[in-house]
Design a protein around this ligand. Sequence first.
Ligand code: NDP
Length: 304
Amino acid sequence: MTADPVLTLEDLEVWSRPGVSLAVLGHPIRHSVSPAMHNAALGELAREEARFAAWRYFRFEVPPDELPHALDLLHRGGFHGVNLTVPHKVLAFGRMKEVDPAARPVGAVNTLLRRPEGWAGFNTDGYGLAAAVRETLGRELGGAHIVLLGAGGAARGAAVECLQRRCASLTIVNRTRGNLDTLLSLLEPLAGGIPVRGLDAAGLAAGAPEGALVINATSAGLKASDPLPVELAALRAPAAVFDMIYNPPETALLRAAAGRGIPSANGLAMLVHQGAKALEIWSGVPAGRTAPVMATAARAALGG
Ligand code: NDP
């Protein structure tokens, strides 16, 4: 048995662990770095505060059609908190007893907190993005001209966060026009006077703002053979590039940014800060206290 075995619904059916249990559900879950991050942070907290000695974070392989049953079993089994990763964040949204107001426009939850009558849902990805951009690039989403690449789940969360933090403008670029239009219409009621528009790659040179913070929320870059999500040469003097992808640590987009002398960062800090915020929701321990140990554990788990 490894330190963080991959558990299944069968383990949940007979769950009887007495301590405070936390879990991450995904499909697939084997490569998740979250158990390493959270258990490292819990180990550190336990050295300082006895109440954390019985806290432990587990991972469960749960296919999408088994999610409702898994959430019921986790609640019945006394779990204190749950993280959700691909493909569960949107699927779980409608099964919450309550949803944090900031997470409602995102339509997705990644952190669940036990309430007596069911689960309360939160989304810490937006916080993770803002904290990571600040830490790695020294920039704020608020007041920035943002060029956001992608229109999937991560892009939607990022777009909502940028609007909630009052970015100066939001320009969204996506491969498939229909998906872009769907996202733009979801964002319309949230814009509150902030210019929000969609562009295709051909319109970038004329339409994208100068000096923008470019955020890649596409999955282009996960494989070495993937095309660039955007040609940086098509943008007018981008100020910085943040790529949500952290594995591989350097995507073609980040290499292109380095080649042009544009400050850039990968998504590892985002992963760390969304995790630290989730732990804050469960434990009350400020995210800033656990983020450093989580970052060390995440880097080690990713092999670097
Ligand atoms: P989705 O599947 O919901 O969306 C994928 C997006 O990528 C779509 O906009 C899709 O465009 C676009 N895309 C896919 N392939 C290409 C390509 N070859 N060229 C251009 N665009 C492409 O995924 P998510 O939104 O959930 O995740 C997106 C990325 O963000 C992933 O890499 C994920 O790992 C990362 N992420 C990182 C986090 C972190 O903590 N660092 C947290 C969450 C996500 P189209 O509409 O045309 O299909």
